[in-house]
Write a protein that binds this ligand. Structure first.
Ligand code: SF4
Ligand code: SF4
Length: 521
């Protein structure tokens, strides 16, 4: 028996370490690739502003990530997520023990490794995580987009991937339970938790009738399986929407303060606000390619969990429009990742005009969603590199114009998003490019732009017929632009327009601008 135990101890040490080294190598490569891709975005205009006020950012991160303040607004899934997340923090101590056991079967964490409280918490959270994934499974089944269609907040999400993760979490708990039960039987008085580990003791009672030799084998196999599941889980997380596990704290830290619902950001190019009187020769107005977005936008895209909370609250989506803020973020992310070889790996860009998008058709509707623009063209071929960021199905666009112009800028998506994605900034930036560079916008906006052009305000009003309730209304002429400001109640909106330049060619600055600020304080 001693020989068998010794042989198994050596075998599991070799297998466990080897698998860990190989997987960590792949994981590190992926992390470097993701870091390079996300940071390939443009600088932010308020680069320093996103990194100052660290105490406030730290507190906010604790509130949103550790206390789950946004997720808990939805009580049942919020509580399930709370226990699942904290379960993983506590169960990290079990993985520490698992690696220790590879080297020494009687390993215990220094100082706290024999505390009954820790043994209890490990077992309690293992069961809490199990309860959490059962709740998630029930929510997924009752909100199945295959049966309730657009009413489901998961409509358009990678639902297969979500089930894959739930199964992986279940396997983590299953292997934990078997490993711990067998360990109690094999180690006896050397098991670290003589009290408190109630679930492990229960599993031990179930496995005890199989005999000592069987428990020795079971402990070794379950230990390796427990480590193996974690390693596979790590790779899945790094290649799926579950990237949010690592990215959400970072995204929350660099959010706009107090939130992304403040005034629109100025139009920026390479981290500097554009001077409309004298724009740089190569300045890009808004975002016309995926490479034009900032690193924070890239981070937003990569952090989306596909939870669909934004979609469920979006007035456009709920009134049958094609816009889903979730699908916008997913489509941008999928396009960014598919175009990565051209952005960060040095793959040469195909010649402009070398792809005939009209011949590609629009048969590829990934996620089974007609509004899904990314899936019109998949893979990293030349079509992916050259497709327009905004365009119809025939043009191979990533975001459909109907999607882009359905947004009311109401902010419900930003308010709901548990990982603080700033949808409106990205939607507005894409619109800016469409208006100012492409001169592509819905016909209904023609009157508004004309009024801005000729009267300097969107309603063709003059100072004499300022809207009731306005406390000030000005319209002044400069050499190339008119500006206006209107205050109503405690809010102020101002704008300016460059007359005669509304429908000009790329790189010329027609640039109407509208900026509304909330009341001070
Ligand atoms: S801001 Fe736009 S995308 Fe977001 S919820 Fe409102 S309408 Fe939908
Ligand atoms: S609420 Fe945020 S994380 Fe959830 S789907 Fe929308 S953008 Fe993604």
């Amino acid at each position: 028996m001693e020989n068998l135990e010794h042989t198994l101890d050596v075998a599991r040490l070799v297998i466990g370490l080897l698998a860990t080294v190989v997987v960590l190598g792949f994981a590190a490569k992926r992390v470097l690739w993701l870091t390079k891709l996300i940071s390939s975005g443009q600088k932010l205009g308020d680069e320093r502003g996103r990194k100052d006020d660290l105490a406030r950012r730290f507190l906010n991160q604790n509130k949103e990530v550790f206390a789950q303040s946004k997720l808990l607004k939805w009580s049942i899934p919020g509580i399930a997520h709370f226990f699942t997340m904290w379960g993983f923090f506590v169960l990290a101590s079990v993985y520490l023990e698992a690696y220790g056991v590879l080297f020494d079967p009687k390993f215990a964490i220094p100082f706290v490794g024999h505390w009954a409280v820790l043994g209890f918490l490990q077992d309690f959270f293992a069961l809490a995580v199990l309860a959490g994934i059962i709740v998630f499974a029930i929510i997924r089944l009752t909100k199945n987009p295959d049966t309730i269609g657009r009413e489901s907040r998961f409509y358009g999400s990678h639902n297969g991937g979500a089930w894959e993760i739930l199964i992986m979490i279940f396997l983590v708990i299953l292997t934990y339970a078997i490993f711990r039960g067998a360990a109690v039987n094999v180690l006896g008085e050397h098991f670290p938790y003589q009290n408190g580990a109630f679930f492990s003791d229960g599993m031990a009672a179930l496995l005890a009738p199989l005999g000592h030799t069987a428990n020795v084998w079971i402990e070794t196999i379950a230990l390796l399986a427990h480590i193996g599941v974690m390693l596979v889980f790590l790779l899945i997380v790094l290649h799926s929407k579950h990237l949010h596990i690592g990215l959400a704290p970072i995204n929350v830290t660099f959010k706009r303060l107090p939130d992304g619902l403040g005034p629109l950001l100025p139009m920026e190019y390479q981290g500097e606000p554009i001077d409309f009187d004298d724009p740089a020769e190569d300045a890009v107005f808004g975002r016309g390619r995926i490479e034009d977005f900032t690193w924070k936008a890239n981070l937003d895209m990569s952090t989306c969990t596909e939870c669909g909370r934004c979609q469920s609250q979006c007035p456009a989506w709920n009134t049958g429009k094609p816009l889903s803020p979730k699908l916008v973020m997913m489509n941008l992310r999928d396009h960014l990742f598919a175009k990565a070889p051209y952005i960060i790996e040095g793959k040469p860009m195909p010649e402009a005009g070398s792809v005939d998008f009209a011949t590609l058709g629009d048969s590829l509707h990934g996620h089974g969603v007609p509004e899904d623009g990314f899936a019109r063209i998949e893979g990293s071929g030349p079509e992916q590199a050259l497709r327009p960021l905004v365009g119809t199905a025939e043009q191979g666009g990533v975001i459909d114009p109907d999607v882009l112009w359905s947004c009311t800028n109401c902010g419900a998506c930003v308010e709901q998003c548990p990982v603080d994605i700033e949808h409106i900034d990205h939607i507005v930036d894409m619109r800016r490019y469409q208006v100012m560079v492409e001169s592509e916008f819905p016909g209904e906006l023609g009157v508004l732009f004309k009024n801005l052009e000729l009267k300097g305000n969107p309603g063709a009003r003059t100072p004499k017929n300022a809207p009731p309730g306005s406390t000030s209304w000005t319209s002044t002429s400069r050499s190339t632009a008119k500006t206006w400001t209107v205050s109503r109640g405690s809010s102020t909106c101002s704008g300016w327009a460059a007359p005669g330049r509304m429908r000009t060619a790329p790189k010329r600055p027609p640039r109407p601008s509208l900026n509304c600020s909330p009341p001070p304080g």
